[in-house]
Design a protein around this ligand. Structure first.
Ligand code: ADP
Ligand code: ZN
Ligand code: ZN
Length: 725
């Protein structure tokens, strides 16, 4: 037997590497990590295969330095799934394996101990909380711990800045620090009696526990999907099995985490990218031990080992955040389905606005659809009205109709949400005299005016520039902001409604998340008027029972975009934002300002709802032979010189196998041809069948790195790209 090891190394090359086994011996198995010499240094790799035939003479092979694991760190199922994933996403295999491991486990260090840092209130701490003697971050931490001890990971998820408060409170004897191993708590909250629809959904999935079956749970926000997840997780736990719940972004995790903890009475592991690396590795390892029964996480948590898997759930499955947009460009929802098949468990995809991909899978009989149509607790769906902006006198982009509705709502003591998916003050700063506008020198795209920070910022490359005092082109003194961002709307609404608090929520204001949660918490508990202005961050999260008006300002960019996915995204966004209105006993109202009141998508969405609009969009995709009815792979390239990009793409195109039967678009400049000072181009390959696409592109992808022109560009392959930028 030729005892050669085939190893995946974390490098962007389309190959695995062969080594001789370490001199010290040891039981080297697939899934174990090894330390190997690589170039002039060393690297940690994952053994993919043992006892293979060497691809070069064994005389030339180097010997692995040391075996790092006595038993495989990645089990057979994960190894199989990762091999599949690297092949499917035409990725460098080493990058796929590296993605699966938390950073701390990609180093040649002993595995961290599994005990978990955890924090709880002391008796004095409880009195301090009851007496309300602390403010700000300290009070938030005390309140968070009132329900029982929390691990550092859980605190990271719900109060990102908790450590400073913990130090203060520890010094004052109000909190204490300990270690927790997987124990059981008692649930503090009982499940509500499920509605008939919820019960049907639970029964359908429960009947399939123990076997692979994908389900699409279609129900608007507030329809009770999370209760369905909870009921199913309870069943899985009762069988002693594990459940994995994915959410698209960490902002959504705190509330879900709280609900899981209150209801299940078992520790919940949280895995996401904001977590300290040690914590993340520990959570991952506890899942691998089978000790962690419930794992809640964002995209990368899809790689969590599940030796006793019972169920995989993907919440908000339509969300683009599940797609990784750099390096190993996998889609966590799709990978979750593949894992569920390998694990032999059901996978439940939930959304109020399912992706066209999942709807097509239902139509094709691959997924089973479950519906939640009623919203428990809400009187009725909000009424939606289109406001025709044409020929209206706008005040900072706000129509009289919209302003009157805001005035009425706050006069009743209720809350308003004003939605605009653009940060900053105005997207363009221009000269009224000559038409000059402030462009990013590195992208040739208008820069956004940020008035509060007194600067121009490019939203594509983050280039900052000073606001010119006069027009650099004609010298005229006055430059004007054009269009509206959230900052400008905040200013306009504050001026117009001086007695009502106006809160802006976007990436700029939410850096201080704890302060923010507090503000929103106050709004939830108190029936007082307020105006929230924000980007899509507002579309999700806190339930505000007193929020009765949603005003959507400007959707026209989405209606006019050339991206074939833009209408799907717009429809999803509108439905999600509109769903914020009237979540409790009070009826909600939604206003939609547009210059295109007769647009078919808007009309259908309003008259018939998302499901009908999605069917129309699907029919258009089928007609146009677009995904999900065709399959795409995008080759992107960028370089400082345009000719380097052109040369590479031309060579790549020429290297396609003969008679490949693919549709080719390009080589052509990217929709944004210049970004951050780099010239960008692309080549789009399409086929009706996935199999023929992969058959043609597999050998081609492996060849790209060796093209002479590849050395002068940065390039990447994107299988099933979700945007063409
Ligand atoms: P989703 O996950 O679809 O947004 P949730 O499960 O969060 O919906 O439910 C929305 C609200 O309705 C929550 O406050 C939840 O506690 C409540 N709720 C859900 N199902 C029921 C039920 N069967 N009985 C009473 N309240 C329910
Ligand atoms: Zn000018
Ligand atoms: Zn730029």
């Amino acid at each position: 037997m030729s005892a050669v090891l085939r190893v995946a190394l974390p490098v962007p090359l389309p190959t695995l590497f062969d080594y001789l086994p370490p001199a010290a011996g040891g039981d080297v198995q697939p899934g174990c990590r090894v330390l190997v010499p690589f170039g002039r240094s060393q690297a940690v790799g994952v053994v993919v295969d043992t006892g293979v035939e060497a691809s070069v003479g064994t005389g030339k092979l180097k010997r692995a330095i040391r075996l790092l694991d006595e038993s495989p760190l990645l089990d057979a199922e994960l190894m199989q799934t990762l091999a599949w994933a690297a092949d499917y996403w035409l990725a460098a295999p080493g990058e796929a394996y590296a993605n699966a491991l938390p950073l701390a486990l990609r180093e040649a260090k002993p595995l961290p101990a599994l005990g978990e840092e955890c924090w709880s209130l002391t008796t004095t701490g409880r009195s301090a909380l009851d007496a309300g003697s602390r403010r700000g971050g300290s009070r938030a931490l005390l309140a968070e711990l009132a329900g029982g001890a929390l691990s550092a990971a859980e605190l990271d998820a719900c109060l990102p800045d908790w450590r400073a408060a913990a130090r203060r409170l520890l010094a004052a004897g109000l909190v204490e620090r300990g270690e927790r191993s997987a124990g059981t708590d008692t649930p503090t909250r009982n499940a509500p009696a499920l509605s008939e629809e919820q019960q049907q959904a639970v029964d359908a999935v429960a009947a399939n526990l123990g076997g692979y079956q994908p389900f699409l749970l279609d129900g608007v926000t507030g329809s009770g999907k999370t209760e369905v997840y909870l009921a199913l997780i309870e069943r899985v736990l009762a069988q002693g099995k594990q459940a994995l719940l994915l959410v698209p972004e960490i902002g959504l995790a705190p509330q879900t985490l709280r609900r899981l903890r209150e209801r299940l009475g078992v520790p919940v592991e949280v895995i996401h990218s904001n977590l300290a690396e040690g914590e993340r590795a520990r959570a991952w390892l506890r899942a691998r031990q089978g000790e962690a029964k419930v794992i809640l996480g964002t995209r990368s948590a899809v790689f969590t080992p599940l030796p006793h898997a019972g169920l995989v759930i993907v919440d908000e499955e339509h969300d683009g955040a599940y797609k990784q947009q750099e390096g190993f460009r996998y889609h966590a929802r799709d990978l979750a389905v593949v894992r569920a098949r390998a694990l032999g468990v059901p996978v439940l995809l939930g959304s109020g606005t399912p992706s066209l991909e999942s709807l097509a899978n239902v139509e094709a009989g691959r997924y089973r659809a479950l519906h939640l149509r009623a919203r428990p607790g809400a009187v009725r769906a909000p009424t939606v009205q289109i406001v025709d902006m044409r020929a209206q006198r706008l005040e900072h982009g706000l129509s009289p109709t919209l302003l009157a509705a805001v005035a009425d709502t706050v006069a009743r003591g209720e809350q308003v949400l004003v939605f605009k998916n653009r940060r900053g003050y105005a997207p363009v700063l221009y000269c009224h005299a000559c038409g000059w506008h402030a462009d990013c020198p590195r992208c040739e795209h208008p820069m956004t005016l940020h008035a509060g920070r007194r600067t121009l910022i490019c939203h594509h490359c983050d280039h900052h520039a000073r606001i010119p005092t006069a027009c650099p082109s004609c010298g005229a003194g006055e430059l004007k902001p054009q269009g509206q961002g959230t900052e400008r709307l905040e200013e306009a609404l504050t001026a117009r409604f001086p007695d009502v608090p106006v809160l802006r929520i976007d990436r700029e204001t939410t850096r201080r998340r704890d302060a923010f949660e507090q503000l929103l918490g106050d709004l939830r508990d108190e029936a007082k008027p307020a105006i929230l202005v924000g980007t899509q961050m507002l579309a999700k999260g806190h339930d505000l029972p007193n929020l009765t008006l949603v005003a959507i300002v400007g959707v026209d960019e989405g209606l006019l975009s050339v991206d074939f996915r833009a209408s799907e995204r717009l429809a999803q966004q509108l439905v999600q934002v509109a769903g914020r209105a009237g979540r409790a006993a009070k009826p909600g109202r939604v206003l939609l300002q547009t210059h295109h009141p007769d647009h078919l998508l808007l009309r259908q969405l309003l008259a018939q709802g998302y499901a009908a609009a999605a069917q129309t969009l699907l029919a258009e995709r089928r007609q146009g032979m677009l995904p999900p009815f065709a399959h795409q792979v995008l080759l992107r390239a960028e370089a400082t010189q345009r000719d380097a990009v052109d040369a590479f793409l031309a060579e790549a195109c020429g290297a396609l196998p003969a008679n490949h039967g693919l549709q080719i678009a390009g080589p052509m400049p990217a929709p944004m041809p210049l970004r951050a000072g780099r010239q960008r181009g692309q080549l789009l390959l399409e086929a009706a069948g996935r199999r023929e696409l992969h058959a043609a592109l597999r050998p081609w992808a492996a060849q790209l790195a060796r093209l002479p022109s590849a050395r002068r560009v940065r390039w990447s392959l994107d299988v099933d790209p979700i945007d063409l930028y």
